[in-house]
Write a protein that binds this ligand. Structure first.
Ligand code: M6R
Length: 357
């Protein structure tokens, strides 16, 4: 039930810090150390490549998962859209391991790939929010998101939960490989949860920005590099599906190769800056957009921020910053949708789980 909340989406956004804490609690052994089903870990240790297969928001969580898994486990990862993989499968390596990401566990495009992969005989893991869902029953292994029911069509807490579970998985597999880079994931996810709370408290400011800059625009952009690019893709989907503003999430450096032609006086462009190694470059791209009349908003991590930035994210581990960056992005889309008079929880033409191919 949504209780005193006007919409499920707002409730689900607010639940995210609690969900992260629950995930940390759930994936622990009796000694309080992070733990994942040993069989999953053993299968992943044998794999020469991980294939993440998903749709929509779950695929965007998959891109962040790729970065987490490659950094912490040194196993190469490919991310594929289910609807593409189904009919044009990539050339597979000898020992692939498949991860299906699906909030509902019922997405037909993903299920179709799972059935195929099982026929080929490869090991499969479903990461889902719904115990007993089709993708969970049919895969060899399941990891649950523990996010509680997600009702709003626009996925919010499932995205951050998927990333948190992938972070736990990456850390546990990396550690059992004895790799030098380890992250105290329990501690770091706790810091993220606290940071999320701070961002969630900023609702008034976010609503104000949404009503000023997103109330009438026809198109918008999110830009970033690396993890900020992956976050931009998700932020853009969130904004477009409920506000109906045509929004693209773009690799900041790629704009000048064509898309910058679309920037006009007042076009909203939201820059994401959480990664130190590319912060300067993204700043440069934001400058280029601003000088062409774009209305720029910046979401930057503390330490990488500059005067005039709209949102300062509390410092977190660089691999986990997209979790915090998503809070203002989700809230911007919520308020943009609200101010445009749309049905926030049930946007037109969309269903919560897409059970047709
Ligand atoms: O249940 P799933 O995670 O498999 O769903 C995948 C997509 O249909 C879903 O993420 C969709 O993109 C959402 N409406 C995004 O907010």
């Amino acid at each position: 039930e949504k209780g005193t909340y006007p919409h499920y989406m707002l409730k689900e956004i607010d639940e995210q810090p609690a969900v992260l804490r629950k995930i940390v609690q759930h994936y622990q052994d009796a000694h309080g150390n992070l733990a994942v089903d040993q069989e999953i870990v053993a299968q992943m240790l044998q794999a020469d490549r991980i294939y993440i297969v998903a749709c929509g928001t779950s695929s965007h969580a998959g891109w962040v998962g790729k970065q987490l898994l490659e950094t912490l486990t040194h196993i190469p990862v490919e991310v594929h859209l289910s609807s593409e993989f189904g009919y044009n499968p990539p050339l597979l390596t000898e020992k692939p391991f498949f991860i299906f990401l699906s909030q509902s566990g019922e997405t037909a495009d993903s299920r179709q790939v799972l059935v195929q992969v099982k026929e080929w005989g490869y090991p499969t893991l479903t990461i889902t929010n719904v115990q007993g869902s089709t993708l969970s029953r049919e895969a060899d292994y399941t990891m649950l998101l523990h996010a509680g029911p997600e009702i709003a069509v626009a996925s919010t807490k499932a995205y951050t939960a998927q990333i948190a579970v992938l972070a736990v998985l990456a850390e546990v597999v990396g550690k059992s490989k004895g790799l030098p880079l380890t992250v105290d994931m329990q501690h770091e996810l706790g810091i993220v949860a606290n940071g999320m709370e701070m961002m969630i408290d900023d609702k008034e400011k976010i609503e104000q920005l949404a009503s000023e800059f997103l109330a009438v625009s026809r198109n918008a952009f999110y830009i970033g590099r690396g993890l900020d690019y992956y976050a931009s893709m998700e932020a853009a989907l969130k904004l477009k599906e409920i506000s109906y503003i045509q929004t693209e999430g773009f690799a900041a450096g790629e704009l000048k190769h064509g898309t910058i032609a679309l920037i006009e006086e007042g076009t909203p462009v939201i820059g994401m800056i959480t990664q130190e190694n590319v912060a300067g470059h993204t700043r440069g791209n934001i400058q280029e957009v601003a000088s062409r009349g774009g209305h720029v908003m910046v979401i930057a991590m503390d330490g990488l921020n500059e005067a005039g930035d709209d949102f300062i994210l509390p410092k977190t581990h660089p691999l986990l910053t997209t979790l915090n960056a998503m809070i203002p992005a989700q809230l911007l889309s919520y308020y943009a949708s609200l101010h445009r008079g749309n049905d926030v929880d049930k946007p037109r033409n969309l269903a919560k789980s897409v059970t047709v191919e």
